[in-house]
Design a protein around this ligand. Structure first.
Ligand SMILES: NC(=O)c1ccc(NCc2ccccc2)nc1
Length: 235
């Protein structure tokens, strides 16, 4: 899978791509990541990439020419999607990551700054995606989150396929609590059932924990899950 990051700050990505499972996946050749800086596609003496907004107002807008030139400079690997990260995008979900991980070979991620990009650049954009309902100083953070979440789902990135099945949100419920050695830590014990070796009881306890945690912490997810369950029951 090829990731192309359109970014004014390529150095932002250096260390996150050199550590952890993402670095291993890149080293294994499961992915290649390229950064392209729109500033390299400016023609003026000052390498101008932003300018004042037409119609007035505070802040600056990223100019269309450098962005379009940067996008047109990329190799095309199909199937591909060109994604713009912004608060106006569709929210990131595990389902969206699954969709991207299984449907494209090239992801182009356009990182915005300031007040955003000139709307005419949307001509080159397939999809607008948001990390959540908040504003950051840069689109690089959402881009890194998307890269991480999608690459994590590609075969080979995570060792055991097992670890995908227990993810939060994969079955619409939050994850159950996790414990490891020691069995007692500062007087805090591990729930007995997990030490029992009774796999049926352990699975039932974990499912109950998922349901309780989802009901208590995310009533929105819980209601969606209940609706999905009644659909399944009625068929
Ligand atoms: N919620 C997000 O995914 C997100 C993306 C980018 C961003 N900041 C850069 C920017 C600001 C305004 C317009 C376009 C890009 N903040 C939050």
């Amino acid at each position: 899978m090829r990731f192309d990051l359109i970014t004014l700050f390529p150095e932002f990505f250096h260390s996150p791509l050199q550590s952890g499972l993402i670095a291993k996946a890149i080293a294994k050749g499961l992915a290649e990541v390229h950064c392209t800086n729109p500033r390299d596609f400016t023609c003026d003496r000052h390498h101008k990439v932003d300018d004042e907004p037409y119609g007035g107002g505070a802040g600056m807008v990223l100019k269309p020419e450098p962005l379009a030139a940067a996008l047109e400079s990329l190799p095309v690997v199909t199937p591909r999607q060109v994604i713009y990260l912004s608060p106006q995008g569709e929210p990131m979900t595990q389902a969206l990551f699954q969709d991207l991980a299984t449907s494209v070979e090239q992801l182009v991620l356009v990182c915005g700054h300031y007040e955003g990009i000139d709307e005419r650049v949307m001509t080159w954009i397939d999809r607008e995606i948001s990390l959540g309902d908040f504003v950051l100083t840069c689109g690089e953070i959402p881009a890194l989150a998307l890269l991480n979440g999608v690459l994590r789902l590609r075969p080979g990135t995570i060792g055991k396929e097992e670890s995908h099945r227990c993810d939060s949100f994969s079955d619409g419920l939050l994850d159950y609590p996790h414990y490891t050695r020691p069995a007692e830590f500062r007087g805090l014990k591990v729930p007995e059932v997990l030490l029992s070796g009774n796999h049926g009881a352990i699975a039932a306890w974990r499912r109950q924990q998922q349901l309780e945690r989802t009901r208590d912490r995310r009533p929105d997810l819980y209601q969606a899950w209940q609706a999905q369950q009644s659909d399944l029951d009625s068929h």
